[in-house]
Design a protein around this ligand. Sequence first.
Ligand SMILES: NC(=O)c1ccc[n+]([C@@H]2O[C@H](COP(=O)([O-])OP(=O)(O)OC[C@H]3O[C@@H](n4cnc5c(N)ncnc54)[C@H](OP(=O)(O)O)[C@@H]3O)[C@@H](O)[C@H]2O)c1
Length: 360
Amino acid sequence: VTLNSFQTSGNSPGLSRCRVGLLGFGTVGAVLARRLTASDFLLPLQLTHICDRRAREKRGRQPDVLANLVWTDRFDDLLTSDTDIIIEAVSATEPAFEHIRAALLSGKSIVTVNKQVVAHHGPGLMSLAERQGRQFRYEGAVGGAMPIVRVLGDGMAGERVRAIDAILSGSSNAVLSRMDEAACSMDDAVAEACAHGYSDADPSADLDGLDAATKLAILCGVGFRLKVLPAQIDTRGTSHLRPENFRAAKLRAGTIRQVAHADYDRERGVLTAWVAPIFVPGTSVFGGMTGPQNAAIIAGEYAGDIVVTGQGAGADATAVAAIGDLVAIARDRAAIVPAPIFKEPKTIVGLADDKIAEAV
Ligand SMILES: NC(=O)c1ccc[n+]([C@@H]2O[C@H](COP(=O)([O-])OP(=O)(O)OC[C@H]3O[C@@H](n4cnc5c(N)ncnc54)[C@H](OP(=O)(O)O)[C@@H]3O)[C@@H](O)[C@H]2O)c1
């Protein structure tokens, strides 16, 4: 294996392994732990600690390769450990936010997959990370394996982003595309999405659009440098949809997808942002997204449209994004990532009247 691309810069010695601690051994955390300790895992990342509120119980069910790591239910043990990076995969805003803050203050870099933490506390955590000379990365919080944060934040840094249109909830897309294909009820489509691990047992946050609104709020930060809270986004649910809505869309050569939209008029300071189930032509990018796929079309002033797609739900897909973030940190641990200067939009408006006609 050639590890040269991981040579570190600044005052860190080259080729050293990054020691990683995991906070939260749930669905995503368990997949991450298994991937990082797999015998064919060749990246210079070493998982050494697992912190979970039920550490004792969960450790007892693991194979030796995992059970032999340091397990603890005390977050302080992670803080005082010799880990360089902590991956946070907890399903609650608290205590995750306080733990991330404490970890940055004690000199750790952070990778999180927790969209709630990023949407509500991202700007503050990014500034703190910069002040501490550490990194805060969150690719897995939006779009599963679809690398939207990297594309929008780094790849399009030279672009003036005008608008973002996206399918951001893999669970909702799995449910809606299943209703379309199988002409089945929403309950049946939800049961199938759950069976594939694309949806929580309680899919209401996905179907209500809150999950997509949370991710859209994060993307408004990345693409427009705007501080927007999920609650400020006009969010319309999908749970009223019936098989007949899909039949009607088919007659118009299309289907229904939960779409998130944001565009920003910089001169007037007006952000338009909404999430709604809308009619999309069958031949469009969104019409072609089935199962847990996510897609984003980013319209820029200089380069036109850039399209990114990828699997947007499931622990495997999310782990791919999180490991990508770990690698980015390991490659250059001393890098200072300047926190964006966020502004608040003067006005936030929702779905315009002409668009309401397209909402189903
Ligand atoms: N699943 C996905 O496909 C997916 C995709 C992208 C991002 N994410 C994000 O990944 C994170 C984890 O999701 P998941 O699917 O792995 O959830 P999960 O299976 O429910 O696991 C959540 C983990 O967080 C722990 N936890 C929950 N509330 C806690 C609290 N108040 N204090 C301490 N620990 C707490 C849980 O402990 P217990 O086991 O004791 O409850 C568990 O270890 C979430 O932020 C989610 O939004 C998930």
